[in-house]
Design a protein around this ligand. Structure first.
Ligand SMILES: C[S@@+](CC[C@H](N)C(=O)[O-])C[C@H]1O[C@@H](n2cnc3c(N)ncnc32)[C@H](O)[C@@H]1O
Ligand code: SF4
Ligand code: SF4
Length: 425
């Protein structure tokens, strides 16, 4: 059958009933069972498949037949987790093997959102980060945090703000994360990007994500902020010319729902096929903005069919939707979703948000006092994570019950809190 090997950049983390596999190439994290996880640990191009099969059977006492084993191999090949005819072996060794995790939930978040500053040079309508104040964390505090995240084997650091390029240490922070095997990604309004910065960031970050709301300067700057359009266009131009991996976050509101086809064309013209659709969430202090822009059930149905049409028209587009929209995919079987990293709301369950002052919450939109999890200057991150898993396990956003409980069809607790005035826990 030839030799197989893990793809080189794959990151593995053991958990309770198996493990998590993170593919930095497409930034997707997938859960696999103990047998598949063990297979990924062992498959390094130096062992024969039959030997791996026997070893896994002995170790895990699994009743896996050879046929089932080959089916797992085929699945892993399809995910591009393993490649054929590769014998990279020694170069591709996984870190020393830990015991299987014994806790009740994941040993660590997959991703941490870090606001490196609360300052911004724009003033977008409805921005959840607009009125945040307080002193930003210092570089040494952020490095200490990254050390802890690395020990827990967190896969990704989503850097945002405010405007992250207003943080003078941004390159050093991203570099430090990368050196510690955490993939840094940055979301920006694009206004402050220049060629020098892009060249520095290119070998370090996974991708830059630019923000957009409408397909022309008038509407974009009316709905976002003056200067946002120029930042977007220039940012994309620079990223493209420097061959930096980039994509676009599109905030779709009631006012821009019909503009999605033009928005898609505009983005493709900028030279990327990576489009991530965001849904308006309550910014906390700007209720009027939310009421005017919120997508209701009817809007969501329009959005769903519009997204399907776009995907059919442009099959090469890598179209993703944010966590608060995943329930529009409720026609997909749970197993399929799990296998594709679609988990619904994962606030405090798979990621955490750290504000610029070090305060931690399950999600940027759940920065409520009763969901405060600690401050990274005062508590070890591991403790904060333990608290998060307890607090967040009760959040009403149960993706698995999405078809049974009509009330939870909203899926995003931050939205439900406002639209249905529901208790969160
Ligand atoms: C807060 S900004 C920070 C990074 C950077 N300043 C930027 O604009 O890209 C991150 C993303 O959050 C989105 N955003 C801001 N307020 C939002 C809200 N109330 N609901 C949904 N998305 C929002 C923005 O459109 C942007 O894409
Ligand atoms: S640029 Fe980003 S952080 Fe600044 S106001 Fe706009 S959305 Fe908020
Ligand atoms: S509350 Fe959950 S679904 Fe809503 S934005 Fe936060 S993580 Fe996403």
């Amino acid at each position: 059958m030839g030799f197989f090997s893990r793809t080189q950049q794959l990151v593995l983390r053991r958990e309770k009933d198996g493990g998590l596999v993170f593919n930095p190439k497409n930034t997707v994290t997938i859960e696999v069972d103990k047998q598949a996880f063990r297979l990924l640990e062992l498959i390094d191009g130096t062992r024969r498949l039959r030997d791996i099969y026997n070893q896994i059977k002995n170790e895990t006492k699994a009743t896996m037949t050879q046929q089932e084993f080959l089916e797992v191999i085929t699945k892993l090949l399809n995910y591009e987790f393993i490649v054929k005819n590769s014998r990279i072996g020694g170069k591709n060794v996984v870190q020393p093997i830990n015991p299987w995790f014994k806790g009740t939930w994941l040993s660590a978040p997959e991703k941490v959102h870090l606001m490196v500053t609360s300052k911004c040079n724009l003033s977008c309508k409805g921005c959840f980060a607009k009125n945040r104040t307080g002193k930003d964390l210092m570089i040494n505090q952020i490095k200490k945090l990254i050390d802890q995240l690395a020990k827990m084997r967190v896969f990704q650091l989503a850097i945002g703000g405010g405007e992250p390029f207003l943080c003078k240490d941004i390159v050093e922070i991203a570099q430090y994360a990368r050196e510690n095997k955490i993939l840094p990604n940055i979301t920006t309004n694009g206004t402050l990007l220049n060629k020098t910065l892009a060249t520095k960031l290119k070998p370090i970050i996974g991708r830059l994500q630019f923000s957009l709301i409408a397909p022309n300067i008038e509407k974009n700057d009316e709905y976002r902020s003056k200067g946002a359009w120029d930042g977007f266009i220039r940012g994309c131009q620079i990223a493209r010319s420097q061959k930096l991996n980039f994509g676009v976050n599109v905030l779709i509101t009631r006012n821009t729902l019909s503009m999605l086809p033009q928005i898609t064309k505009l983005i493709l013209k900028q030279g990327t096929t990576d489009i991530n659709i965001l849904r308006p969430k309550p910014p906390g202090d700007q209720n009027n903005w939310f009421n005017e822009n919120h997508l209701n059930e009817a809007d969501l149905l329009i959005l769903k069919s519009s997204l399907i049409k776009i995907q059919q028209k442009y099959p090469m587009v890598n179209l993703t939707i944010d966590c608060s929209l995943t329930h529009i995919m409720n026609y997909l079987p749970i197993k399929f979703c799990q296998e594709h990293g679609i988990f619904g709301c994962t606030a405090g369950k798979r990621f955490l948000t750290i504000l610029a002052n070090g305060n931690v919450y399950p999600c940027s939109f759940l920065d409520k006092d009763f969901l405060f999890l600690g401050n990274i200057q005062k508590q070890p991150f591991r403790e904060i994570w333990k608290k998060a898993t307890k607090v967040s396990s009760g959040l009403k956003s149960d993706w698995n019950n999405r078809n049974q409980k009509q009330k939870l069809i909203e899926c995003c607790p931050a939205i439900t809190l406002v639209t249905a005035s529901e208790e969160l826990i």
